[in-house]
Design a protein. Structure first.
Length: 97
């Protein structure tokens, strides 16, 4: 199960491999901020507080937008972070602005 927190809404949804955190948030009507869905705006930035090891490796777009300090701190882009393995994941949308 995945618990996603947007600006004001938190929901727990079923995990689906190869789905991004942003896509799952959109499908669940969670108010997760985003603009582009391609990893260029970084508005879908989030902090993964549990289950980061269940997600795919960080993408080039994430390295370009977030950098090593944020990635090491658990931050990901919701549009780029896809589920690789089932398990418990918790993520909170933490946009810059």
């Amino acid at each position: 199960m995945i618990t996603l927190t947007g600006r004001t809404i938190t929901k727990t949804v079923e995990a689906r491999t190869d789905s991004s955190l942003l896509k799952l948030a959109q499908e669940a009507a969670i108010d997760w901020q985003f603009n582009c869905s391609r990893g260029t705006c970084a508005k879908c930035r989030c902090i993964v507080t549990e289950g980061a090891h269940l997600l795919n490796e960080s993408t080039d777009a994430e390295w370009d937008r977030l950098g090593p300090d944020e990635l090491d701190g658990g931050y990901r882009l919701g549009c780029q972070a896809t589920i690789a393995k089932p398990g418990t994941i918790k993520a909170v949308n933490k946009t810059y602005f």
